[in-house]
Design a protein around this ligand. Structure first.
Ligand code: NAI
Ligand SMILES: N[C@@H](CC=O)C(=O)O
Ligand code: NA
Length: 938
């Protein structure tokens, strides 16, 4: 049976002695030619390495500032790497497996290198062999490798104890399974004498365990040390197997039962404190007995000062590696796991999370506190004392450099974004708010509150108190809040009754979002940036906390907002500031033209302005297509046919607002539909920006319009609609500019209809009215139903939009309109029927035109906003041939603003005011305006 040996008092182990041993080890050549050959293969010449490292200049750059030679590594294709200096994420170049292997060199040096391999790394015989190969590739003179049990074995061992103490006979078969698992692995891995030795030890251990479990079975109880003794066998076996696997290659290797060395004292529930002095003494003695240069040590297990077996509890093997690393003053502790390193945020929540190249000890600590699966904080304590870096690396991707946790990396430039290293969240919290005027200036209130919380054993996760001392709030796990609240009500019953405290309030369903970064402390603007990102994502912050160490800024928010907040904050610091998730409603003429323009311009925008536009969905009235990362705009038409689902506007909007990773979301309504426009209010309320050329919302019922504007102005969402008047011409923005700078609008008059402009500009000579209307429709100037243009409704809508923009409270019905649709055609069932019947009225039109011509005049359809008299009108007028309105061509609009400043000569905007390209261009320019409001560079 393997039991911890008592400490060996002989053989003092001094640093001087260690140094002598080390030099002896260096002098002795590595046995085995195969190893030497592998060494050459794995360590190419400097010239070779340079040529490799040139493939990935980003890595090279990172290497210089943080990782040393171990980072002459190229990433696997598709790995995202954060170049902190530019804050851009760049997929790295592909490298061959050989190159990756050759460059994945492990630390070299004249000191100890400590590795830790967890259960997943030791999961099968092949994986154990892989671990052996990695250890052999490390050319450090001395290596100490800490291993966990094979994956699942610790659970199997605990299960044995549980079964035995609950007198469940099946512990015997369960023990057989444990035996089988290790026997199979050993048979795969080892041969000959080594295998025989291992199996004989395994047999002996299993029969001892059987006896011990039998005793537990009879007693119906296992003490903690019995249980720890049983459970620790997983590590004993895996360490021995790995040690034999390394020896196979001819490299001398010893295995260490760390119960002989590591001494710990229990400290509170489920925690232990290492006794470093005693452990160091025992380690010295162990080295005297086992002078090997490669040592495989059992993780997780240790002894009490009285040599009773115990364990290091949760994440024990990491802790073992850190303690041992500090005992031997290792130059590095490498923790091997199954991820590429520490992510900037939980990658299950933020698909764009990146692996961080470095983290300071404090940052790693904060991250673990806030639930990131980094390292248990206690693992950091031993190594921090001696500034020993910990590197987290992926055993399944050895070409990835991993994350180095060390003293504050002296690498990064001073830019704001580099200050925040990562984000973490904690869900299922409740906020307790204790409030009352009687708290201010009364010493002992906080103590009474937190004393009460402590008495119910609740864990306070964050605390916030304003300097007014009027209220104090703190977060506790949701499952503990009922008892906290009851205890506080009981404790402060009198104060509440007397009104000194006004309330003890519980806010359920909260989450914490924490931004972590060491250099936040010395960089102004970090919290402003964080809160700005949250505000722009329309997220309400309930409480804030930031200690003066400023390693983290903590905000409490509604749990339902947490993932969105995390994404908003993450993308603000890690992505392009202006990644915009776009949903297009109505891929008709304008919609599809816009999509083509976006396709052609996306790369330029990304490159020049750091604007990242992702079309997450396109919906027509019948079908829609959705994407989580952005639709390939070279394929959207095909996808809308082949990959489409039935259109469902609610689902579409939900997809945009909830189902993607980008915090800035915008819906672009390219329909002419009133019902689509009726949703803007809800979209804005959800924090989705709205952009549209659709006039229906702004020219619909006044109360709805005002409600929409009020909401939008009070929120951080934007609503742009430049293309509703004059298509791409700067009409709304010109009017806004005049108003916002204090000018007074007196009158706006113009030709607002591209269609009607085109018609009357071209309705000359022998041409018929109906031909020219058909041409305008063909050219894409008309509304989906051209009667909307010819009835004057479209112009009236534009007049209303400008009137309301100028402060008039007018309804569409307040505008007198002369309709150009003959009475008889108003009831046509379709636009097509109207177009067919229109020629029968050509004669009437010809005579109206001829009358005007005879008087030296032309017909023009105009709209007027008369601000002084608070009215609008739309009519067909005759103008002399030399009037500016008579000079137009094509689909030109002309809009004259008469204002206090532009009184003598109006300010005139003129140009094509309809058509697919110019209208889509106007919508596109609103999208870019939004991006710039969101922070895109100008
Ligand atoms: N054509 C032009 O020169 C200008 C047009 N506009 C406006 O642009 C908008 C679009 O005009 P066009 O592209 O010419 O019209 P269109 O008729 O070609 O396209 C509208 C698209 O919206 C789709 N649609 C309708 N209802 C829908 C719903 N409930 N859900 C999803 N999709 C729906 C239709 O199926 C169609 O594909 C209109 O509001 C128009 O007033 C504004 C300025 C100039
Ligand atoms: N049909 C409209 C298009 C722009 O709003 C027009 O002709 O002006
Ligand atoms: Na416009």
């Amino acid at each position: 049976m393997t039991t911890p040996s008592p400490p060996n008092p002989t053989g003092p182990f001094s640093l001087a002695r260690l140094a002598v041993m080390r030099s002896l080890a260096v002098a002795s050549p590595h046995p085995g030619a195969a190893f030497a050959a592998r060494r050459r293969r794995l360590h190419p010449s400097a010239a070779d390495r340079d040529s490799i490292s040139q493939r990935c200049w980003r890595c090279e750059k990172t290497r210089d500032r943080s990782f040393g030679s171990s980072l002459r590594v190229s990433h696997l294709p598709g790995t995202l790497h954060r170049d902190v200096s530019k804050n851009l994420l760049t997929p790295t170049a592909a490298v061959s497996v050989e190159e990756a292997e050759a460059t994945a060199d492990l630390p070299k040096g004249d000191m100890w290198s400590v590795h830790k391999f967890g259960g997943t790394c030791m999961g099968t015989s092949q994986r154990i062999q892989n671990v052996a190969d990695i250890v052999l590739r490390d050319l450090s003179e001395r290596k100490l490798v800490v291993v966990s049990a094979m994956s699942k074995v610790t659970d199997m061992m605990y299960n044995l104890v549980n079964k035995a103490q609950s007198r469940d006979d099946s512990y015997i078969t369960a023990l057989d399974e444990v035996f089988e698992k290790h026997m199979e692995a050993a048979k795969d891995l080892l041969a000959g004498e080594d295998l025989a030795r291992f199996l004989s030890q395994l047999h002996a251990d299993i029969s001892n365990l059987k006896a011990m479990l039998r005793a537990i079975y009879i007693a119906g109880h296992a003490t903690e040390s019995f249980s720890d003794f049983v459970v620790g066998h997983g590590e004993l076996w895996s360490a021995q197997m790995l040690s034999y696997a390394i020896k196979k290659s001819g490299t001398p290797c010893s295995w260490m039962d760390t119960r002989e060395v590591l001494v710990v004292n229990p400290s509170g529930s489920n925690q232990v404190d290492p006794d470093y002095l005693e452990s160091e003494k025992r380690l010295e003695q162990w080295f005297v007995r086992h002078p090997a240069e490669t040592i495989i040590a059992t993780g997780f297990i240790a002894s009490t000062p009285d040599n009773i077996p115990t364990t290091l509890k949760r994440d024990g093997s990491d802790f073992s590696a850190a303690i041992i690393g500090s005992l031997v003053k290792a130059r590095q502790v490498t923790i091997w796991t199954d991820v590429d390193g520490v992510f900037s945020a939980d990658p299950r929540k933020v698909s764009e999370a990146v692996i961080l190249s470095t983290l300071s000890y404090q940052e790693a600590w904060e991250m673990s506190y806030f639930g990131a699966n980094v390292l248990h904080p206690r693992t950091i304590i031993p190594v921090m004392k001696y500034n020993i870096p910990i590197v987290i690396r992926n055993i399944f991707n050895t070409s990835a450099p991993g994350t180095m946790i060390c003293q504050q990396p002296a690498n990064e430039n001073g830019d704001l974004d580099a200050c925040v290293k990562a984000f973490a969240t904690i869900d299922k919290l409740a906020l307790v708010n204790v409030e009352g005027t009687g708290m201010a200036g009364v010493p002992g209130t906080a103590s009474a509150i937190f004393g009460t919380v402590k008495d119910v054993g609740a864990n306070v996760i964050m605390i916030s108190q304003a300097s007014s001392e009027h209220s104090i709030c703190f977060a506790v796990p949701e499952k503990e809040v009922a008892s906290v609240s009851a205890a506080l009500h009981a404790r402060f019953r009198e104060a509440l009754a007397a009104g000194r405290l006004s309330k003890v309030e519980v806010i359920h369903n909260c989450s914490i979002l924490a931004a972590v970064g060491l250099r936040m402390a010395s960089t102004p603007g970090v919290s402003a940036t964080l809160f700005d990102a949250l505000a722009k994502a329309n997220i309400n912050v309930r409480a804030i906390s930031q200690g003066c160490s400023e390693y983290n800024i903590t905000v409490v928010l509604k749990q339902e907002d947490c993932v969105r907040a995390l994404r908003a904050a993450h993308s603000r610091f890690f992505l392009s500031k202006t990644t915009l998730a776009v949903g297009i409603v109505g891929p008709g003429l304008i919609g599809r033209t816009l999509l083509n323009q976006l396709k052609d311009q996306a790369a330029v925008l990304k490159e020049n302005l750091n604007i990242d536009l992702r079309v997450m969905g396109i919906t027509g009235s019948r079908t829609m297509v959705l994407s989580d990362i952005g639709i390939d705009l070279t394929q959207w038409k095909g996808k809308l046919q082949t990959e489409a689902e039935t259109a469902d506007l609610d689902k579409f909007v939900h997809h945009l607002s909830e189902n993607h990773f980008f915090p800035n979301r915008v819906l672009v309504d390219c329909t002419a539909d009133t019902s689509v426009a009726s949703h803007y209010y809800d979209w804005l309320k959800k924090g989705i920006h709205v952009i549209t050329p659709n006039k229906k919302a702004n020219s619909g019922p006044l109360d709805r319009y005002l409600k929409l504007r009020t909401l939008q102005r009070a929120s951080y969402t934007h609503y742009f609609y430049e293309a509703t008047v004059g298509a791409g011409l700067p009409i709304i923005s010109t009017l806004r500019g005049l108003l916002e700078t204090g000018d007074k609008i007196l009158r706006i008059e113009g030709i607002f209809s591209g269609t009607l402009s085109y018609i009357f500009n071209n309705f000359e000579g022998a041409r018929t009215f109906s031909d020219v209307v058909a041409e305008a429709k063909e050219a894409g100037y008309t509304e989906p139903d051209p009667r909307d243009d010819l009835s004057g409704t479209d112009v009236a809508r534009k007049v209303i939009i400008l009137a309301r923009e100028s402060g008039l409270r007018l309804e569409l019905s307040d505008i007198p309109v002369r309709s150009l649709v003959p009475e008889a055609l108003r009831s046509c069932a379709s636009a097509d029927e109207y177009m067919q019947k229109l020629p029968s009225f050509d004669q009437d039109w010809a005579s109206e035109r001829n009358d005007a011509e005879a008087a030296g005049e032309v017909l023009r359809y105009v709209g007027v906003v008369d601000v002084i008299n608070k009215k609008g009108q739309v009519e067909l007028r005759r103008y002399k041939r030399d009037h500016p309105f008579a000079q137009l061509s094509g689909s030109d609009n002309i809009i004259a603003f008469t204002t206090s400043r532009y009184k003598e000569q109006p300010l005139i905007v003129r140009g094509p005011g309809a058509g697919a390209e110019v209208t889509a261009g106007g919508v596109f320019s609103d999208i870019l305006r939004l991006a710039s409001y969101l922070g895109a560079p100008s």
